[in-house]
Design a binder for this molecule. Structure first.
Ligand code: FES
Length: 119
C-alpha cells in the first residue's frame, strides 16, 4: 500500500486571516513528536514548527495566539521576537535574521493539509 501523501490538519474555516492559529504535531521517523502550528495570512495557510529560533520554546505558550496586535507578525511570547508570517523570517528580536522552520501545507476541498511527500 502506498504511503499517504498528505495529512489532514484542520478545516479551512478554522483559520481566519491574522487570527488564532491551529496547533498540531509532526511525527518524526524515530517516533518523537514536534509541535507545529498553522495560521492564515493574506489568504494563505502558513505552517511552521512551533519553535522559536532564539530558545527552542513554543511561540504561543500553548494558546494558539501567534500574531502580534498588528496582525502583521508572528510573535514569540517569551522575548517578543517578530517573524514574518509569509516566510518565517525574524525581523526583530534576539534571533533577527533567522527563519522559523517552514512546513508545506495546502488547501483542498475546504480543508488544510500537510504535504508529507518525501523530498
Ligand atoms: S525565546 Fe523567543 S524571543 Fe526568546
Amino acid at each position: 500500500m502506498a504511503a499517504p501523501q498528505a495529512r489532514l490538519i484542520c478545516a479551512s474555516s478554522l483559520l481566519l486571516d491574522g487570527g488564532r492559529g491551529h496547533r498540531f504535531e509532526i511525527e518524526q521517523a524515530d517516533g518523537s513528536r514536534l509541535p507545529a502550528f498553522v495560521v492564515r495570512y493574506q489568504g494563505q495557510p502558513r505552517a511552521y514548527l512551533n519553535r522559536c529560533r532564539h530558545i527552542p520554546v513554543e511561540l504561543d505558550l500553548q494558546d494558539g495566539d501567534l500574531f502580534d496586535l498588528s496582525g502583521n507578525y508572528l510573535i514569540c511570547s517569551m522575548h517578543g521576537a517578530r517573524y514574518r508570517p509569509d516566510t518565517g523570517y525574524c525581523t526583530w528580536g534576539p534571533c533577527r535574521g533567522q527563519f522559523l522552520a517552514a512546513l508545506d501545507v495546502f488547501e483542498r476541498d475546504g480543508q488544510v493539509w500537510l504535504n508529507v511527500m518525501p523530498a
